[in-house]
Design a protein around this ligand. Structure first.
Ligand SMILES: NC(=O)c1ccc[n+]([C@@H]2O[C@H](COP(=O)([O-])OP(=O)(O)OC[C@H]3O[C@@H](n4cnc5c(N)ncnc54)[C@H](OP(=O)(O)O)[C@@H]3O)[C@@H](O)[C@H]2O)c1
Length: 339
């Protein structure tokens, strides 16, 4: 058992896009265990867009990481030591941990994972927070019906790939918006979406061709120019699932100084009786995790649901991989594999 815990800390708050100097590598002693706590050795840690928000001091739905604090993340790992009788050495667990090799957490905060059901890293992607996000947002807000047209942005990513596949299972036609030929080809050929739009090309011309009868559900992962192109195409009684706007995450903190990006004209919301709703997966998602996981495992067993991970090796690579996530350099659910 190693005696130290390698960690990545927040060195300072980013000005715009994060740079390597915003992070700091450090080694701490292994945490001591209190009664009821479990020491988890992380095997895979999850890099997700929300972690950009945690780097800013701005008020949000969750507290920011303190300067000098460990960067937050979900992770899957194995129990290394336990003072909770429900957990034993070697058990696989999912939890809210950090960009580090080990965490001590109360056993009640851990979700047991059965590696016989699916590879453990999927608990961070298709069977984890991003998949749960897709499932919650479609169930509660998007509600795609047979024959309807759903458009999803960041379609090859952790959330987008699940959104599109679940919508197709529900009988909708699905168009995925992604950056570049390889991502578009994956979304259409491997995931079975009906059509794709490359946001690096002419958005309007491609959307005209892919959605000639308009859009019934728009799943928003990106914002910015993509949102501006899709929003006017929403049909009467359309739904816009506001999941995230990654294109704006690096500018939000400086919005007061630089001016916020222009939003769409909201006039059509009334005329078209649109529903636009934001949500945070943590609000109700984890209470429904067992139902979600059972449904997803059934889809996987039936060959209806596929996934793609982008696995990067080693904790030290996390800052560069995270910076790349905010520039679209990941291809699939981004996870860091630890030795
Ligand atoms: N509401 C919630 O509870 C919740 C939960 C999880 C995630 N989310 C949100 O869901 C969205 C997707 O998250 P994810 O984990 O699935 O990430 P992801 O799609 O795996 O990775 C991010 C992708 O966003 C795209 N992107 C990045 N910067 C962009 C830009 N400037 N313009 C256009 N596209 C850009 C890139 O794809 P392309 O190369 O294809 O453009 C990139 O690969 C994010 O907005 C995230 O914050 C929300």
């Amino acid at each position: 058992m190693p005696q130290t815990n390698p960690r990545i800390l927040l060195a300072r708050r980013p000005q715009g896009a994060p740079v390597p100097e915003d992070f700091r590598f450090d080694e701490a002693p292994l945490p001591d265990l209190a009664d009821g706590e479990v020491l988890v050795r992380h095997r895979f840690i999850s890099l997700d867009p929300y972690q950009r928000g945690r780097m800013d001091a701005a008020r949000s739905y969750a507290k920011p990481v303190e300067i000098g604090g460990v960067m937050e993340c979900g992770a899957v790992g194995q129990v290394a030591a336990s003072r909770d009788a429900r957990f034993h050495e070697g058990d696989w667990v999912l939890g809210g941990f950090g960009w580090q090799a080990f965490s001590a957490r109360p056993g009640r905060a851990l979700i047991p994972i059965d590696p016989a059901e699916a590879p453990p890293s999927t608990a961070l992607g298709v069977l984890g927070m991003p998949g749960l996000t897709a499932w919650v947002g479609l169930t509660d807000i998007g509600q795609p019906k047979p024959g309807e047209m759903l458009v999803v942005s960041a379609a090859s990513g952790a959330v987008g790939q699940v959104v599109g596949q679940l919508a197709r299972i529900a009988g909708a036609r699905v168009v995925g918006i992604a950056g570049g030929i390889a991502k578009c080809a994956f979304v259409k050929d491997e995931l079975g979406f009906d059509a794709t739009v490359d946001h690096r090309g002419d958005l309007d011309a491609q959307l005209d061709a892919a959605c000639p009868a308009g859009v019934d559900v728009y799943w928003e992962n990106v914002g910015g120019a993509v949102q501006a192109a899709v929003f006017p195409r929403l049909n009467d009684f359309g739904r816009m699932v506001m999941c995230g706007m990654i294109a704006q995450y690096n500018t939000a903190a400086g919005a007061a100084a630089t001016g916020a990006p222009p939003g769409p004209n909201l006039g059509p919301v009334v005329r078209k009786r649109l529903r636009i709703q934001g949500f945070i997966v943590n609000d109700t998602g984890w209470q429904r995790y067992a139902q979600f996981r059972a449904e997803m495992l059934a889809h996987i067993a039936a060959g209806r649901l596929r996934w793609k991970e982008d696995v990067v090796q080693g904790l030290a690579a996390a800052p560069a991989a995270f910076i790349g996530l905010l520039q679209g350099r990941n291809f699939g659910k981004l996870v860091i594999a630890l030795d």
